[in-house]
Design a protein around this ligand. Structure first.
Ligand code: ATP
Ligand code: MG
Length: 424
């Protein structure tokens, strides 16, 4: 029996990889335009890092982590998200001393969840973390970055922004008491998970995906009413910044997010098109996290998007440009072995002239008919053929593979013709 991939850890096959590359390239372009710099941290961290940052009483830490003991007996964990590692690295390497940092990252994360469409055990995130800036305009700029990315990808019309403030620790303590008070008298109507959270982590009940629990919460006190004056000012500054930038949002007073380190701003981008896994991106402010992890008190704000979900959305909306889906633009076919070196030299010339085009040379001989079949399958729009006749006359057969007249061209004329292609 052949060995299979690990459940919930799918391969990204060539036919999907184009969409992934498109997403990565668009994101990197936008991050560059906003002056962010990249950070790459290890996939494995000390287990204590996640327990301390994400929080002990979270789904992630309680049920979802891949934790193991290595050969030295150390407890290590495959990162379930990337923020904790980025904060650790920033503290450890002195990136936060007397300076601000606007960082982006990309890479796999691991959670032992029930695999389904849009939910996997190895998945990938692209994210941004910004340190040293407490101003709500930074929160707004991060949201603007995501808004730009959706626009650039052509999926903006299919996603919406939800926003909330979960306030400062004092506000949350105040609200926590009010919520526990409200829910305690209705405990028997709560789902089992939420019942057990009532004592340990009542705010997380707001995040419950159980309909009956959500129905019960309709009349619950609102977090907004517990916010301090400073919390409110921060939130108002954020919403006015977003209005200025022309970014529509919906305030969702029950949005809390599943990680412990957030305070004040939280936001999510959601879509109706992916069923239950509709959140493609989530983020928020975490002003206490750096200090909590042993650094000097430093404000922070960030977001992470789930690449699988964004790619699923891009595919369902059919927005991936052709050039990311095809293997080739031009397919060169030598008809006899004497033409091999000439055709390979021509391919090199074309690659130098047209660095954006994918130039594939046929290797392995065969009849013209079989070569043309392979050319067609490659997705190329143009076939170039050199045989005895062309070798002698110094011409190249230019054969449009998707309709159009075949021509005989000199190399100079060929280069001219190709520069007219839309992808060149
Ligand atoms: P959900 O509520 O869907 O479980 P989450 O709140 O656990 O998401 P975050 O920890 O905020 O998610 O991660 C940020 C983003 O990463 C999510 O919005 C989602 O797009 C993606 N994501 C999270 N978990 C998974 C997973 N198991 N498989 C694929 N994508 C995921
Ligand atoms: Mg989750």
């Amino acid at each position: 029996m052949a060995i299979q991939s690990v459940r919930g850890m799918p391969d990204i096959l060539p036919e999907q990889a184009g969409a992934w590359r498109y997403l990565e390239q668009q994101a990197q372009q936008i991050f560059d335009a906003y002056g962010l710099t990249q950070i790459r941290t290890p996939m494995v961290e000390d287990t204590a890092l996640f327990a301390r940052s994400i929080g002990d009483v979270t789904d992630i830490v309680e049920k979802e982590m891949y934790t193991f003991e290595d050969r030295s007996g150390d407890s290590l964990t495959l990162r379930p998200e990337l923020t904790a590692g980025v904060v650790r690295a920033a503290i450890e390497n002195g990136l936060l001393h007397n300076q601000t940092q606007r960082l982006w990252y990309q890479g796999p994360a691991f959670r032992h969840e029930r695999p389904q469409k849009g939910r996997y055990r190895q998945f990938h995130q692209i994210g941004v973390e910004c340190f040293g800036i407490a101003d709500a305009r930074m929160d707004a700029e991060l949201i603007e970055i995501t808004d730009q990315l959706w626009k650039q990808l052509g999926i903006r019309h299919a996603v919406g922004l939800e926003l909330n403030s979960i306030g400062s620790p004092e506000a949350r303590a105040h609200y926590r008491a009010a919520l526990v008070d409200f829910l305690s008298s209705r405990k028997d109507q709560l789902d089992e998970d939420s019942q057990s959270r009532l004592d340990r982590s009542p705010l997380r009940i707001l995040d419950s995906k159980i309909d009956s629990t959500q129905a019960l919460l309709v009349d619950a006190p609102s977090l907004m009413d517990s916010l301090t004056k400073e919390d409110r000012e921060h939130f108002t500054a954020l919403t006015s910044s977003l209005e200025e930038a022309g970014i529509e949002f919906k305030i969702n007073p029950r949005l809390v997010r599943g990680l412990d380190y957030y305070g004040r701003t939280v936001f999510e981008w959601t879509t109706q098109k992916l069923g239950a896994q509709g959140t493609i991106c989530g983020g928020g402010r975490y002003d206490g996290l750096v200090e909590h992890l042993g650094g000097r008190s430093t404000p922070g704000v960030g977001f992470a998007l789930g690449m699988e979900r964004v790619v699923l959305l891009m595919e369902s909306l059919d927005v991936v440009p052709d050039m990311y889906q095809n293997q080739a633009n031009i397919y060169l076919m030598p008809q006899q072995s004497e033409c091999e070196s000439v055709i390979r030299e021509l391919a090199r010339t074309l690659r130098t002239h047209f660095p954006k085009l994918r130039v594939l040379t046929h290797i392995g001989g065969g009849s013209l008919k079989s070569q043309l079949k392979k050319a067609d399958k490659s997705g190329a729009a143009i076939g170039l053929i050199i045989g005895h006749t062309e070798l002698e006359s110094g011409h190249i057969v230019y054969k449009p593979l998707r309709g159009g007249e075949q021509e005989m061209l000199t190399e100079a004329a060929l280069i001219n013709r190709i520069s007219e292609l839309k992808d060149a």
